[in-house]
Each structure stands twice: as structure tokens, then as C-alpha cells.
Design a protein around this ligand. Sequence first.
Ligand SMILES: [Fe+2]
Length: 309
Amino acid sequence: MAMTGVLRPGHAQIRVLDLEEGINHYKNVLGLIETGRDKQGRVYFKAWDERDHNSVIIREADSAGIDFFAFKVADQATLDKLERDLQEYGLKTERIPAGELLETGERVRFGIPSGHQIELYWEKTDIGTPETYTNPPPWTDSAEHGIAPIRLDHCLLYGPDIEKVQEIFEKVLGFYLVEHVLMEDGKTNLAVWLSCSIKAHDIAFVRHPEPGKLHHVSFLLESWEKVLRAADIMSMNKVSIDIGPTRHGVTRGTTIYAFDPSGNRFETFCGGYQSYPDWKPVTWTWDEVGAGIFYHDRKLNEAFLSVVS
Ligand SMILES: [Fe+2]
């Protein structure tokens, strides 16, 4: 097994202002599959091509935003080792017991200097059907309902101290820098895109004075045509679209940014290149930051740097 340590993004818990509106959005517009509800009133979803029980959890709250973003790690030994490494680095960790999230094992939760809660876990119930594993069809009816992404792919978080965050992800969790955007001084990072895999990013951060903010949670589609179809479905359902369909310079992904009914931005995207840990990071300079973020407009829209939840 070449991939060890942190494997991939696993789940995001998102706050919504109205649960029923949120359920309708995540189930019928985004097209995720509802997989459970718990005693706290949280609702669980997974994408049609995901096997594990949940990747998106929503709960009703007075403010929108993200409670935590989690990564699945290889096994129990990895979870224990990474917890020790995080503590040795100087971070406080907390063990959340198995079952606190439905069908999910013990989680290690820690706060990072940007003000976000990150979790690691290794066990989650595989609810793939027999058809998932033997002579599978290329897609199922669920792949046609709503936007129907393949998977939760990554998130972009806004907060301060992104140098320290980058160091934690690189030195403790084994991520590597794939791309970064420099500020006007030509030295300081405005944004970093980090990978634990061969994806162009598994998590990204933008420097922002207010801690703990969510810019977007992103969902992968299979083709540029499906990005266009996603835009159609958004308009058919009067979803507030931030920008797109367009292309990012950073990662080369094709994209739409839009908002759930509570104002949490989400992305439906396709493409981007594959990278490896020997990748030399791509740099975007301040004068080209517009093209880096939105390749066709070549300028940032007002919302990109200011609207977060
Ligand atoms: Fe993204």
C-alpha cells in the first residue's frame, strides 16, 4: 500500500438555519442520499458513489458555517500515532467516542490556528450494496437525482495564521503544498492548496482576519458537461449562484460556486490535474491572482474574498 497516514477527506458537519430547507437542498438539489438521522436531530448524507455511511452531516443552528472537517486515516495505529504527533507538536486533542456520529468510529478532534476544528478517524460503516462490489453498473438511478456528485472532495477554509496551519498539515499530517497564491509583497501566502493524495487539493486555506470561517465545501462531478447540468439544476431550483460555470487557474478545475439556503457556499467541480508528493508547488503572483482564481474573468468577484459563513 503506497498511501499511508491520512487517506482522504471523510466528512464535513455543516450548520444550516432551517433543517427542512437544508434537507431539501442537500437531498433534492445537490442530490446526496440521506443515510440517517440521530437523536441530536442531525441529518446524514453521502454521495451516490461513496461507500461509507456519511460524508455530509447537517444540523440546525442560529448561524451557518462549518463545525468540523474530517479526514479518514489508514488504521487504528495511524490514528494513535497522529494523535501523539499532534500533541507533541503542541496541539490539544480530544477523543470523541465511537458512535457519537452515526456509524462512525472514534474520532480525534483538534483545533488549528485558523480557528477550525479538524478530525481524524479510521472506521466508518461501509454501506455499499452488493452491486457496489460485484459486476457493478457504471451508475445507478441515484446518479441522476439532482446534481448528484460522485463524492465530497475538499473544502476551502478562511482564517488567520495559515503559515502555522500549513506547517501542521505538512509536518504532522503528511500533506504537501500543491499551489499557493502570494500577496502583494511577493512573499506572504494569501492562500495555500494542500494534498494528502494525488488530488490537486484535499484542503485549502485563505488568509482571513476572522477565524473559523467556511468558504466552500466541494463536490466532484465526472465531466464538464455535468458541471453545465449542475448549473441548469441550480437555476431550475432558484439556487443563489456565486460564479460559474467557469475554470480555476489554480488546479485547472472547472467549477461553479453557489450557496445553500443558509448561505454556506458549495462548489460543484470537475477536472484538475493529479499531483504527487514530489510535486514542485505552483505559484500565482499577486498581479495574476484574478486569473488564478477565475481563469476567464481574470479578476476576483467581490464575493470571493468577503462572503464566508
Ligand atoms: Fe474548491
